[in-house]
Ligand binder design. Structure first.
Ligand code: SAH
Length: 186
């Protein structure tokens, strides 16, 4: 994260806030996540370098960029085409070529490349998205903010083994909502 230019992921008017430890608005009512939370979630995935990772909620592309340096390949899905295209352009400019950004409904996951060794959801779900759990490989880890909109959500860590899925609740957080469907307006 120290080597990543976070200012490049933030629209010009908000760029002065790029290196502060808080979420920053990037348009469409969404934010680039707080660096502390990005670091905590990324660290919890315990990546070794070979994994296939699915991120739900590309936003600025910053989290995808962080993941791309630590994993084998990253697929990141975003419901707003405009955000996805901007993120794609940023990552291309930085020369990060192991990230594929796709437009669609992240609640459906991205079955074309499943199963994933790691899944990171960066928007808050009110209920466990079972379709995503299905796309997690055995031995895989999924992280997502879970809880009511506007209430207390927790980062939940799911670990899938041959005998089932175990759950651990980590820190309380506040994320923008995981909304159903691809955004048709933009
Ligand atoms: N990880 C981002 C920040 C995510 S903000 C970053 O590093 O900048 C949450 C993002 O999730 C928003 O861009 C929002 O549009 C997107 N999102 C919400 N619901 C979604 C869904 N169902 N499918 C795909 N993306 C979704």
């Amino acid at each position: 994260m120290a080597s990543l230019p976070r200012h490049m992921f933030i629209p010009a008017p908000m760029r002065a806030h790029a290196y502060q430890d808080y979420a920053v608005p990037i348009g469409f009512g969404v934010t680039i996540s707080q660096p502390f939370v990005v670091g905590l979630m990324t660290g919890t995935l315990a990546l070794e370098g070979h994994e296939r990772v699915l991120e739900v909620g590309t936003g600025s592309g910053y989290q995808a960029a962080v993941l791309s340096r630590l994993a084998g390949e990253v697929v990141s899905i975003e419901r707003y085409r405009t955000l996805a295209e901007a993120a794609r352009a940023r990552l291309a400019k930085l020369g990060y070529d192991n990230v594929e950004i796709v437009v669609g409904d992240g609640l459906a996951g991205w079955p074309e490349r499943a199963p994933y060794d790691r899944i990171m959801v960066t928007a808050a779900a009110e209920r466990m998205p079972e379709t995503l759990v299905d796309q997690l490989a055995e031995g895989g880890v999924m992280l997502l903010p879970l809880g009511p909109q506007g209430g207390t959500q927790h980062i939940v860590k799911l670990t899938k083994t041959s005998t089932g899925v175990s759950r651990e609740d980590l820190i309380p957080v506040r994320f923008v909502p995981l909304l159903p469907g691809q955004a048709h307006e933009l």
